[in-house]
Design a binder for this molecule. Sequence first.
Ligand code: NIG
Ligand code: FE
Length: 420
Amino acid sequence: MKNNIAILNIRELITLKGPKRARIKEEMKELGIVHNGALVIENGKIIFSGKMEELNIDISKSKFEIIDLKNEEYVVMPGFVDSHTHPVFAETREEEYEMRIRGISYEEIAKRGGGILNSAKKLRESSKDKLKSIFLKNCEIFIKYGTTTIEAKSGYGLTLKDEIKMLEVIDEGKKETPLDVFPTFLGAHAIPEKYKENPEKYVDLIVNEMIPEVVRRKLALFCDVFCEKGFFDIELTERILKRATQYGLKIKIHADELYSIGASSLAAKYKALSADHLEKIRKIDMENMAKSGTIATLLPGTAYNLGLTHYPPAREIIENGVPVALATDFNPGSCFTPNMQLILSIACTQMKMTPAETIVAATINGAYALDIGDKVGSLESGKDADLIILNCKNYKMIPYMFGINHVKTVIKKGKIILDS
Ligand code: NIG
Ligand code: FE
């Protein structure tokens, strides 16, 4: 019976069957929906996904646990893949939230010693045990809201020792949660106080010490940089990307969030898996990204939470042939929600993505943004059985009825890890 499940009479099964790459343009509207569907899982993998009447596998009760949804108002779809998160931190920063409401900007708060540097100070003072328990609590909340895979960034350490400490927390923590966690080294998240006058010295440390050590210890798969005015400019970023690429790390970049400095074109030049944020992206950047196949990971929860009105131009990005993914950017500063369902709502109303496009962006395209599109992100034979059952009559209800949790059941690698 282990990890063998047959889900029957599914009113709306969202398979996301399609090309074996991130979806672009019109493909982003295709959900591969099956009505009156069935999904069969054996040893944690999908062995059938399709119409009930085409099911020709013997699902005798002794071998499979049967979930009969009786064509009632449930949707079955892949678990969300949240490809941009900062889930390890020592303290929350709700006082900064209130400062912003009173009119002080995110940048101003950072200049006054709040923001990322504040989180770094707290993290350095914290024990690994404390950080791990916060991380694991966050993992539980991701699961509760239907996320089955996350990316997890370092970036609140900002010294060799503390970046390693953060990545060790992720490495040890990920063995204790059913969530799949993919680690990213983000030593270039902010310039520490002592390097304020000569940031190139901090970049020396990143390229000469941090990247080699992170790779030697196999603590990250990806390398990210906050490429932004006042943080890491194009020149500094390029030095880091060069070294990361030499060391075999794949690239992801925080790009074009506050100012348009060509960060996403730089991402394209380095064949980055994704460029993330993109509030200030230009047409030329979109064209470069389309050519390199770099995914635009949009994080509309950030603008929402910062109280900003300018969102990434999702429609234009899609029309220019760039694959779009959606992620939470879960972090204690700019966006403190692990809830992908809410991100779908914000993407629909503020960026004019259709509900179908948001589902593609939050599953299969998110998977490709982590280079795991061949394993998860759609419900097709051979893939991991990572899926959710939602209390909805159809997928459009997910963004439409917002602010509630639609998730009823979460299945990870064929195992029921949450049922309510
Ligand atoms: O993605 N942009 C940089 N990093 C985070 C914010 C992290 C923080 O404020 O602690 C982001 O928005
Ligand atoms: Fe981020």
